[in-house]
Design a protein around this ligand. Structure first.
Ligand code: UT7
Length: 327
C-alpha cells in the first residue's frame, strides 16, 4: 500500500502595494459600487516595478518551510503553478529552487491557470504515492497584473498579484486506504474541456503572436460553467471518499467572484461563514488564490487539526479541479 501525502506547512506573500477600486475608477470607466456588487472585490495587491513571480513564490515558500519546520535541502520536488512565469523558460520553479539554494531534486511549472494549485496538489500527491518524491514544495504564484489590458474594464478590475505555498510530505504513519478521518490528502479530481478554450484565454504567446498577450474573457459564459462544474466536482470528491456535504468543515475555493462562492455554498447547503473568503482583499490571484486563503485560515486558527477541507477551482482551458484534505 502506498503512503498518504500530508500538508505539513503553508505560507503566503502579498506585494505591498494595494490598488483600490476607487483608484481603478480613475483609470477605466468603472465604479467601486459596480465592482463590489458584481464581484465582491474591494482591492487587490500589485507588484512593485521589477518584482517577479519567482520573488513572490520564494517569499511564500520561505514561510511555508518555516511553518513546516523543514529546510530547503529536505525538498525533492519544487512545483510552481503559474500562468505568469518570469520567462517563457526556464520554469519559474527552477528559479525558486535556485533562490532556496537548492542544486538537486526536480523542479517544474504547472499550467492550469486558476486550477493550477489543485492540479499541483494532484501532482504532489501522486509523486508521493508513487514513491518518486517524499517532500514536495508546491507554490501557486502569479503576477497577473502583467497580462492585464489596463484599458479593458471587463477584466482589469478582477485580478491581483500574490503567492501561496504548501509543503506536502509522505506520511509513513498513514497508508493510502487509511480511514477518511486520518490526516492527509484524501483525493484530488481533475477535469478539462479544451473545446471551451476561447471563453477565457490570453491573446498572445511564443508560438502564436511571439508576444505575451492579454487576458480575454467572456465573463458571463465562464460564470455559467463555473457554477455548474464546481457543483459537480464537489459531489464527485465527496462521493469518492464516502463523505457527505455535511462533513465539510471548510470550503477553501478559488476566489473568482463572490457570487460564484455564494452559489457553491448554497448548493452545498454550507453556511457562508464556512467559506474562507479573501476575494474582497486579494481579488482573483489565479493559481495563488487557494494557498493564500488556506494560509490565512490556518494561521488565524479557523482550520484545526481533524477538519475536512474542500478546495475547488475553475480556470482557463477550461480546467476545473477539487481536492479533499483532512487537516
Ligand atoms: O478565475 C477564472 C474564472 N473566472 C471566473 O469565474 C469569472 C466569471 N465571471 C464573472 O465573474 C462575471 O461574469 C464578471 C464579474 C466578469 C462580470 O459580471 P456580469 O454580471 O457577468 O457582467 P457582464 O459581463 O454581463 O456585464 C454587465 C454590464 C455590461 O454592460 P451592458 O452591456 O449591460 O450595458 C458591461 O459592459 O456591466 C458592464 N461592465 C462594467 N461596468 C462597470 C463590465 N465590466 C464593468 C466594469 N465596470 N468594470
Amino acid at each position: 500500500m502506498s503512503v498518504r501525502a500530508r500538508i505539513i506547512g503553508c505560507g503566503s506573500y502579498l506585494p505591498e502595494r494595494i490598488l483600490t477600486n476607487a483608484e481603478l475608477a480613475t483609470m477605466v470607466d468603472t465604479s467601486d459600487e459596480w465592482i463590489v456588487t458584481r464581484t465582491g472585490i474591494r482591492q487587490r495587491h500589485i507588484v512593485a516595478e521589477g518584482e517577479k513571480t519567482s520573488d513572490l513564490g520564494f517569499k511564500a515558500a520561505e514561510k511555508a518551510l518555516q511553518h513546516a519546520d523543514i529546510k530547503a535541502r529536505d525538498i525533492d520536488l519544487v512545483l510552481v503553478a503559474t500562468t505568469t512565469p518570469d520567462n517563457t523558460f526556464p520554469a519559474t520553479a527552477t528559479k525558486v529552487q535556485a533562490m532556496l539554494g537548492m542544486r538537486d531534486g526536480a523542479a517544474f511549472d504547472i499550467q492550469a491557470v486558476c486550477s493550477g494549485f489543485v492540479y499541483g496538489l494532484a501532482v504532489a500527491d501522486n509523486f508521493i504515492k508513487a514513491g518518486q518524491a517524499r517532500t514536495v514544495l508546491l507554490i501557486g504564484a502569479e503576477v497577473f497584473s502583467c497580462i492585464l489590458d489596463w484599458k479593458d474594464r471587463s477584466t482589469c478590475v478582477l485580478f491581483g498579484d500574490g503567492a501561496g505555498a504548501v509543503v506536502v510530505r509522505a506520511d509513513g504513519g498513514h497508508r493510502e486506504g487509511a480511514p477518511n478521518n486520518a490526516p492527509g490528502i484524501l483525493s484530488t479530481h481533475l477535469h478539462s474541456d479544451g473545446t471551451l478554450c476561447d471563453i477565457l484565454y490570453v491573446d498572445g504567446g511564443p508560438s502564436s503572436t511571439k508576444t505575451v498577450g492579454h487576458v480575454r474573457m467572456v465573463g458571463r459564459e465562464v460564470f455559467r460553467h463555473a457554477v455548474i462544474n464546481l457543483a459537480a466536482i464537489v459531489d464527485e470528491a465527496l462521493e469518492a471518499n464516502g463523505l457527505t456535504r455535511a462533513d465539510i468543515d471548510w470550503l477553501v475555493p478559488h476566489q473568482a467572484n463572490k457570487r460564484i462562492l455564494a452559489s457553491t455554498a448554497r448548493r452545498l447547503g454550507l453556511p457562508y461563514e464556512r467559506i474562507v473568503i479573501t476575494i474582497d482583499r486579494h481579488a482573483n490571484t489565479s493559481a495563488a488564490s487557494i494557498p493564500l486563503a488556506l494560509d490565512e485560515a490556518v494561521r488565524d486558527g479557523r482550520i484545526q487539526s481533524g477538519h475536512l477541507i474542500l478546495m475547488e477551482a475553475m480556470g482557463g482551458g477550461l480546467t476545473w479541479a477539487a481536492g479533499l484534505v483532512r487537516w
